[in-house]
Design a protein around this ligand. Structure first.
Ligand code: HEC
Ligand code: HEC
Ligand code: HEC
Ligand code: HEC
Length: 181
């Protein structure tokens, strides 16, 4: 078979030209599109750090609530829920207070919604939660054990802000000592 060798290189030149155009266009578009602060600290927009810092705070600590709610403060700090965040159950302070003034009401769960709220932390079904750090119950067994109707909701026996307060008071009233379990 006779060896055939083309003397025409025009197709190769076309490809090289196209590649050069694509590369130049790429460099141009990249320069146009990339934000100025890109790469300042790493492979991201440097100004993103400033944006995050300047984002208005939405959440506060429990101290930010307790100044205005002395009645709840009394119960909450003495009760077993003193480590639990007010905002977990009521939402962020920013939706309620601005510059020291009340601007809107925070949601306050009622009825069956309270049960759902409590069980987000106390449901035995959540296997990953260490039993030593948080007491878990399963429903409706819990209510059966307490010999009540299973349509009872948690805050009929547990003060939501100090869950054992009423239980202890009831015990003291009928003269039952701690832990009759
Ligand atoms: C600047 C004072 C102030 C701060 C800070 C404050 N509150 Fe209040 N809060 C009030 C006042 C006043 C009311 C009563 C408003 C009303 O009844 O319209 C109220 C009402 C409430 C209510 C009841 C709403 C209702 O529908 O009955 C809840 C729940 C509540 N606050 C939770 C919180 C939580 C949680 C925080 C912290 C994240 C907080 N508050 C911080 C002043 C404050
Ligand atoms: C475990 C969830 C939970 C936590 C934590 C919690 N609350 Fe509540 N709170 C509720 C529920 C549910 C209600 C409404 C039902 C009730 O009072 O029994 C309520 C009611 C209130 C009310 C209205 C009281 C009234 O008499 O109408 C205020 C004010 C309030 N909470 C403030 C706070 C503050 C301040 C904190 C933090 C110190 C806090 N709560 C922590 C669940 C919670
Ligand atoms: C954000 C998580 C969270 C939510 C929501 C929550 N709890 Fe708790 N609860 C805790 C923690 C943490 C403790 C302290 C550790 C413990 O004793 O289990 C506690 C303790 C308790 C205890 C005392 C357990 C014991 O014998 O020591 C009771 C009862 C209780 N909670 C009831 C409730 C009820 C009722 C609700 C709903 C109003 C509720 N909890 C919502 C986290 C939560
Ligand atoms: C009929 C009253 C009643 C109702 C309703 C009730 N509980 Fe209880 N609960 C109790 C009593 C009483 C105890 C025992 C407290 C003790 O031993 O100190 C208890 C203990 C607990 C404990 C601690 C369990 C442990 O292992 O020590 C948790 C958590 C709890 N309840 C959560 C809830 C939740 C969440 C709800 C709603 C879904 C609820 N309870 C409804 C009466 C009630």
């Amino acid at each position: 078979m006779p060896e055939y060798k083309s003397k025409s290189y025009s197709h190769i030149i076309k490809i090289v030209l196209i590649l050069i155009i694509v590369a130049v266009a790429g460099v141009y578009v990249r320069a146009k599109v990339l934000p100025g602060s890109f790469g300042e600290f790493g492979h991201y927009r440097g100004d993103a750090v400033k944006d995050e810092i300047n984002r208005p705070l939405r959440n506060g600590t429990n101290a930010s609530c307790l100044v205005c709610h002395p009645y709840i403060r009394e119960m909450h700090l003495k009760g077993v829920h003193h480590t639990v965040s007010c905002e977990f159950c009521h939402g962020p302070v920013a939706d309620h207070v601005k510059d020291g003034k009340v601007i809107a009401r925070l949601p306050k769960k009622q009825g069956r919604d309270i049960k759902i709220l409590c069980l987000r932390c106390h449901n035995q079904i959540i296997r990953a939660r260490p039993k030593e750090s948080i007491k878990m119950i399963s429903m409706p067994q819990h209510l059966k054990e307490k010999h009540v109707r299973t349509d009872h909701i948690c805050n009929q026996c547990h003060n939501v802000h100090a869950p054992l307060m009423w239980v202890k008071q009831a015990r003291a009233m009928v003269g039952v000592e701690e832990d009759s379990k």
